[in-house]
Design a protein around this ligand. Structure first.
Ligand SMILES: [Zn+2]
Ligand SMILES: [Zn+2]
Length: 262
């Protein structure tokens, strides 16, 4: 693979010989460029300064995080399933220990994404695990390195295996999606990225165009998303960042949160 540079603010990876002056993902109004300007890190340096931490969240679900925190602080979630495992979103660091651990659990059958903020070094993950990367077609323009493993999907939802489904919710990005997993809890679990944002109190969900820049969505969008989520059965939620785990009163909290918008 060619030499790459990683954006320190969001974790997106670019080829060193053709990267933009400023990260395209961070220039978008949903992300941000630090006042001191753009900065990059090489993969070797990231490996040197940080490590990957794997945390078991529950039966058949692991959190994959960078320690100490890097970029947005994003985590990936590893869902272990009978017919093949899914990695939900990516982190821009992949070390030997993580590769060995995932391989010991049966490898990956697919990597799937909530939205462009977490594409990071997805092509490297896909190459190592020799699996497709599912990205919604609506977000195609935000793919910075179009690797051969990327498979665009389109429409409202698409079936994976073992009852798992990718559902396009929109809002934050036109292709913002969630993964519905029927076997992690009684009613089903949604793995969300930041399509839904769970507050630190764990008593409020927000749905926004940009969380760091506090840019709201039009009310019509909130109504549409709420209606779409009403049609999905779930009682557990996992978000894009550590501690955004909720396994109790999820629908009730979503209901009272959405009532505040309308
Ligand atoms: Zn960036
Ligand atoms: Zn985002």
């Amino acid at each position: 693979m060619k030499n790459t540079l990683i954006c320190n603010t969001c974790g997106t990876t670019y080829f060193e010989d053709s990267h933009p002056e400023t990260c395209t993902i961070c220039l978008d109004e949903r992300q941000w460029v630090p006042p001191a300007g753009q900065s990059w890190i090489k993969s070797e340096e990231l490996h040197h300064k940080h490590s990957v931490k794997l945390n078991r969240l529950q039966d058949r679900l692991y959190e994959v995080e960078i320690n100490p925190m890097f970029a947005i602080g994003q985590r990936a979630l590893l869902v272990l399933s009978e017919k093949g495992n899914v990695l939900w979103d990516c982190i821009p660091l992949l070390d030997e220990m993580t590769i060995e651990f995932i391989k010991s659990k049966g490898g990956l059958k697919a990597i799937a994404f909530s939205h462009p903020h977490f594409y990071s070094n997805m092509n490297e993950w896909a190459e190592i695990f020799d699996c497709p990367v599912y990205i919604h077609k609506n977000d195609e323009e935000h793919i910075m390195i179009r690797g051969e493993y990327i498979q665009l999907w389109s429409g409202d939802e698409t079936d994976l295996w073992d009852g798992m489904k990718l559902i396009c919710i929109g809002g934050h990005f036109a292709g913002s999606s969630i993964l519905h997993v029927p076997f992690l809890s009684k009613e089903g679990t949604i793995v969300c990225g930041d399509t839904l944002f769970l507050s630190p109190s764990k008593k409020h969900f927000s749905i926004v165009y940009s969380s760091p820049n506090r840019i709201p969505l039009p009310l019509a969008e909130i109504r549409r998303i709420k209606k779409r989520l009403d049609s999905v059965p779930f009682d557990s939620f996992y978000g894009y960042i550590k501690n955004q785990n909720l396994r109790k009163d999820v629908k009730e909290i979503l209901e009272t949160s959405m009532a505040k918008y309308v």
